[in-house]
Design a protein around this ligand. Structure first.
Ligand code: CP3
Length: 349
């Protein structure tokens, strides 16, 4: 969508890797790269008031998205927002409490028919404005990644009303109310697809679907709740934008990663840190992978960090690889460790 003629446009390395290109040095970004480990994020966050005010304020959301790009020069930038703006846009209440994470009124079966997608784009207009401005303000070589939650992960928070260790409320709901639960996932999948397509219209180069709780599902449920809804989203995104890569991140999927790419149609597999590098290498033979350093190696630093980085570069470094963490960076991580990781990746010979 840029104004520049094609030959003058610098290459977007992360985007090219997502499409299967290989580079000597892999592109790098971090999940949760705009976050509390950065003093400048904490300062803007304080200015915003609540976390949601930050998500819905384009001036501030653009600012925090750009902070890690300015500081570290990552190859990709991820829109600053939260996956739970979708349930919020569908009429569920949402707030974030300091130290407790997201809080919503737990959803009951009778609430499902009342979910209202008619105001989705109106509610999310500030997020679209953030994407539009980001594409203008980011360095031209930086890949801009949009995102949404996956329907299953969104449903777990909507049903429990808060984070839980095992998502028991949503799993029980799915067993007791199978039809309504499918209806919920389909509605969420369509909302996510509409949302991602609009982000791409506004300038996102690629989109990531976060299924943070995919790993907790039993075999039958994994197919119905983690594969089919993501396939529905990916098909709609690809129908609208065949050349825009979709990154799937089914955290904890384990052996089910083997068929995930083929069954959902995602272009890039996001790998969490539990995926063995030998398995990752097999998955990489069929397309780009993203990951998968344990965020706690980054927190620990020193040898644990160096060895983790080196192992990924050794096994996966010839690409196509988007170097990343296996989940979000945690708030106590020292900035010096992030710098060390980036230097080590970029020093790859
Ligand atoms: O930099 C980025 O990665 C982009 C921004 C982003 C956030 N959340 C900002 C955020 C992204 C991509 C997300 C995704 C998200 N949100 C997921 C999927 C990825 C994952 O972590 O598994 C999930 C499950 C959520 C829901 C959510 N949001 C939870 C459970 C929490 C509380 C946990 C926590 O870290 O506090 C949030 C809050 C949240 N989302 C924060 C940030 C920077 C911290 C809140 C704060 O600043 O006070």
């Amino acid at each position: 969508m840029g104004e520049q003629p094609a030959q003058a446009a610098p290459r977007r390395k992360a985007l090219e890797v997502m499409k299967g290109e290989r580079f000597e040095v892999p592109p790098i970004w971090m999940m949760r790269q705009a976050g509390r480990y950065l003093p400048e994020y904490r300062a803007t966050r304080q200015q915003a008031g609540s976390f949601l005010d930050l998500c819905y304020n384009p001036d501030l959301a653009v600012e925090v998205t750009l902070q890690p790009i300015r500081r570290f020069g990552f190859d990709a930038s991820i829109l600053f927002s939260d996956i739970l703006v979708i349930p919020h846009a569908l009429g569920r209440d949402l707030r974030f409490e300091e130290g407790r994470g997201p809080l919503m009124t737990p959803m009951e079966a009778s609430d499902i028919p009342r979910l209202d997608p008619s105001r989705l784009h109106e509610h999310l207009a500030p997020v679209y404005e953030t994407v539009r401005r980001l594409r203008e303000e980011l360095p031209p070589e930086t890949t801009l990644i949009g995102f949404s939650g996956a329907p299953w992960t969104l449903a777990t928070y909507m049903i429990a009303g808060h984070g839980t260790p095992d998502q028991a409320p949503a799993r029980i709901f799915s067993y007791l109310e199978p039809q309504l639960f499918r209806q919920l996932l389909t509605l969420l999948a369509d909302a996510c697809a509409d949302y991602l397509i609009r982000q791409i219209e506004m300038g996102a180069d690629a989109v990531q679907i976060f299924d943070s709780w995919a790993g907790i599902l039993d075999g039958e449920s994994f197919q119905a709740f983690a594969v089919e809804p993501v396939e529905r989203i990916t098909a709609r995104v690809h129908a609208a934008y065949p050349n825009v890569p979709v990154i799937g991140f089914p955290k904890g999927a384990g052996t089910r990663l083997e068929t995930y790419r083929a069954e959902t149609g995602v272009d890039v597999l996001g790998l969490d840190w539990t995926v063995p590098l030998a398995q990752a290498k097999r998955l990489q033979a069929r397309g780009a992978v993203q990951g998968n350093l344990d965020p706690l190696r980054l927190l620990a630093g020193g040898r644990a960090l160096d060895e983790g980085v080196d192992a990924i570069l050794r096994e996966l470094g010839d690409g196509p690889l988007v170097f990343n963490l296996g989940h979000g960076i945690t708030p106590p991580t020292p900035i010096a460790h992030v710098e060390r990781m980036i230097e080590r990746v970029r020093a790859k010979a």
